[in-house]
Design a protein around this ligand. Structure first.
Ligand code: MEV
Length: 417
């Protein structure tokens, strides 16, 4: 099947059944995939094998982010989220970015870092020297604990020794592991445990905690977007005026951590929706995002918007993105497998998925700032919140597509349709 276009004009006006039909024309879906669209991808019996004390399952809506073009390729982006307007807003912003050529993205190698804490170390300099001299031995030891990852071309890539100013007898060893297409938490924890005793011996101390860090700053994605000013115009607001409003809003987030937190929440609206749809650990992604936002010692926005010399709006986002396309939760959850099929056969690597998630984040951020610097968020937002209220009062047959259609064409009020 050829690569589907992510532009599907009028999608919002269709019934759920009609949308599914269009999806099937674009994506080769199995019967199993289709079942997941109704069941949510998990039944109680399967859920009982995933977590403890299960009494049932808990569903979220799954929608498609439209209009996305990432590194020259069109993609339908699966998004699982309970907040009205997130999917429409991201689709709307992706359409504006598309007018500037689409998102450009890059990802670091999928390297996670484990921390091994060593305590009771009396000779810090000696310990550091002995550990660094034993780097090859330690990497081999960690690699031996991860034979399947090594077979797939991943494995330990390096180690670093850090001393802790707050604790005179503690050193911390960071072990970097390329996890290939896995998120990799279990792998790096295994690697950390496999070298703990040997590290303690070399340090002349004892091993303390051995666990990954969620501040995975070697696994960053970088997303760039260019939007022609004219594409930003809405209602009475001209494109240049909106562009300048977005740049000013970006500056506000730079200047004020209270605003930066909300700015970043707008990014995470898009990020988490794709992380959830693809069966990934959104708590890990959230922890990494906010720790990275504060890495300079001050909490900062993860994205930045500027005007180019030619008058376009330029956006960039940089953040950690620890996600996988393989692993237990992806395997166990038919909904996560479905999300991967929607993304298409070319999105097989964790790095590609990470980049797409970042694009959804930057799109959500753009939509929010455009709304905030024009009509305000409430007009579009509350119109969509009204859909909830109507759920209980409309005939059941309409409840799959309950109320007024959402305009994802880019012309919705305030940019948040
Ligand atoms: C709401 O879910 C997200 C926003 O608050 C983000 C922002 O303020 O930038 C609209």
């Amino acid at each position: 099947m050829s690569e589907p276009s992510s532009r599907i004009p009028g999608f919002y006006r269709l019934s759920v059944a009609e949308r599914r039909h269009l999806l099937r024309l674009r994506v080769d879906l199995t019967e199993d995939d289709l079942l997941a669209l109704d069941s949510g991808g998990l039944d109680a019996e399967a859920a009982d094998h995933v977590v403890e004390n299960v009494v049932g399952i808990y569903a979220l809506p799954l929608g498609l982010g439209l209009n996305f073009r990432v590194n020259g390729r069109d993609l339908l982006v699966p998004m699982a989220v309970e907040e009205p307007s997130v999917i429409a807003a991201a689709s709307n912003a992706a359409r504006m970015v598309r007018e500037g050529g689409g998102f450009e993205s890059e990802a670091d190698d999928p390297v996670m870092t484990a921390q091994v804490e060593l305590l009771g170390v009396t000779d810090l300099a000696g310990a550091r020297a002995r550990i660094e001299a034993a780097t090859d031995e330690l990497l081999a030891l960690a690699g031996a604990a991860l034979p399947r990852l090594m077979d797939r071309g991943g494995g330990p890539r390096g180690l670093e020794v850090r001393s802790s100013n707050d604790h005179p007898a503690r050193i911390i060893v960071h072990l970097h592991v390329d996890c290939r297409n896995a998120m990799g938490a279990n792998m790096v924890n295994t690697a950390a445990e496999s070298v703990g005793e040997r590290l303690a011996e070399l340090a002349g101390g004892r091993s303390g905690l051995r666990i990954l860090t969620n501040l995975c700053d070697r696994r960053l994605i970088r997303i760039r977007a260019r939007v022609p000013a004219a594409a930003l115009a809405t209602g009475d607001f001209g494109g240049a005026e909106v562009r300048d409003g977005i740049v000013a809003a970006s500056r506000f987030a730079e200047d004020d951590p209270y605003r930066a937190a909300t700015h970043n929440k707008g990014i995470m609206n898009g990020v988490d929706a794709v992380v959830m749809a693809t069966g990934n650990d959104w708590r890990g992604v959230e922890a990494g995002a906010h720790a990275f936002a504060a890495i300079s010692g001050r909490y900062r926005p993860l994205s930045e918007w500027q005007a180019s010399e030619g008058g376009d709006l330029l956006g960039r986002l940089e953040m950690p993105m620890p996600v996988g396309t393989v692993g237990g939760s992806v395997k166990a959850h038919a909904g996560a497998r479905l999300a991967q099929r929607i993304l298409g056969p070319t999105v097989t690597s964790a790095s590609e998925l990470a980049m797409i998630i970042g694009c959804a984040g930057l799109a959500s951020n753009l939509a929010a700032l455009r709304a905030l610097c024009t009509d305000g968020i409430q007009r579009g937002h509350m119109a969509l919140h009204g859909r909830w209220a109507k759920l209980g009062t409309v005939p059941a047959r309409l409840q799959t597509n309950p109320v007024a259609p959402v305009d994802v064409s880019g012309n919705g009020p305030g940019g948040l349709p």
